[in-house]
Design a binder for this molecule. Structure first.
Ligand SMILES: [Zn+2]
Ligand SMILES: [Zn+2]
Length: 320
């Protein structure tokens, strides 16, 4: 069945957005997608014109779409792409090629941080530590730390990440089930500055689904990776996403309704309830000087680094 685009009424519709029951042609879809992102940015006042914005890119559909949309919407914005090469065989180099192409298309600067060159180890070295075969949580902690550190060192005023609606609903769903209120209140579209060394984080794609990001990236012909990270297969977060997608098959606007009720109704109540609680103390990490919630102890990042380095040191001693 071919139908006309619901917006322009001229072109053939190629995309069906079940959550809003819309059939769209590629042009109208792209336009509405960019408009959605602009609305998110404006309603949360995410970007101001003197911002020096860092965009965390991974070579994936979300962050590539994010960088492309931002440079379309705000052509005068000072914007730098940041890529962290974690040293996953094949995958990291493949992703690096994609972000290099993207930076060329956009005419933006790209900062590449190689974990191996800068820290002397790769994510593969985590395998021999307590993180074992599933280094994803440590990897996430390393990326969060480094994106912030790089942005801080470069004097950037904000970091934009490609977290979309599906990622956010998956994370919220998990925090609800765990009763993890602390993480729940931190998961926001706009996380302002809480410490001089913490760079504010924004998530302009929080209103777009995985599918919308994928369609957008492919219609615009953006360079995106075709490999998956070897560690992502069968991860808990992917399984949770699969379950949420099963719900969406029966209730098309489930994720949109969930996120709306969370941010509009539930979160304000939680924040109100927590208002009189003392803010957790923030300390300087004795090793790197970056902020941490741990007193007289290295930060999470420095702990991971010393674990890996200790393991590498042991190996060298046995080898000699
Ligand atoms: Zn149209
Ligand atoms: Zn540290």
């Amino acid at each position: 069945m071919t139908s006309k685009c619901r917006r322009c009424g001229l072109n053939r519709a190629e995309i069906y957005l079940a959550h809003s029951n819309l059939n769209l042609c590629p042009d109208c879809f792209s336009l509405l997608t960019e408009r959605k992102v602009k609305n998110t940015i404006e309603s949360y006042k995410m970007i101001s014109k003197d911002d020096k914005l860092g965009v965390a890119v991974s070579g994936g559909k979300d962050s590539s779409s994010l960088a492309f949309i931002l440079s379309n919407l705000y052509d005068k914005l000072d914007m730098t792409l940041i890529y962290i090469d974690l040293g996953v065989p094949e995958y990291s180099k493949h992703c690096l090629e994609k972000v290099e192409d993207l930076a060329k298309i956009l005419g933006k600067d790209l900062v590449v941080y190689s974990l191996e060159d800068k820290m002397g180890f790769t994510i593969m070295d985590l395998k021999k530590t307590i993180y074992g075969r599933k280094p994803c949580s440590a990897c996430g902690a390393i990326k969060r730390y480094l994106f912030n550190k790089i942005a801080y060192d470069f004097g950037l005023t904000k970091i934009a990440t490609g977290h979309n609606l599906d990622d956010t609903v998956e994370a919220l769903f998990n925090f609800y089930i765990e009763g993890n209120v602390k993480s729940l209140v931190r998961l926001k579209p706009y996380l302002p500055k809480t410490h001089p060394k913490i760079v504010p984080k924004i998530k302009p794609l929080i209103g777009l689904t995985d599918m919308e990001c994928l369609f957008y990236a492919s219609y615009k012909g953006l360079p995106i990776r075709t490999l998956e990270c070897q560690f992502s297969k069968g991860s808990r977060s992917i399984r949770r996403k699969e379950i949420l997608n099963m719900i969406v098959e029966k209730i098309p606007n489930f994720k949109h309704a969930f996120i709306n009720s969370h941010y509009k109704r539930i979160l304000p109540l939680i924040e109100q309830a927590l208002k009189n609680q003392e803010m957790p103390e923030i300390y300087d990490c004795p090793l790197c000087g970056m902020p941490t919630s741990l007193k007289d102890a290295p930060c999470h990042f420095c702990k991971i680094v010393s674990l890996v380095k200790g393991e590498l040191e042991n190996k060298r001693m046995y080898a000699s």
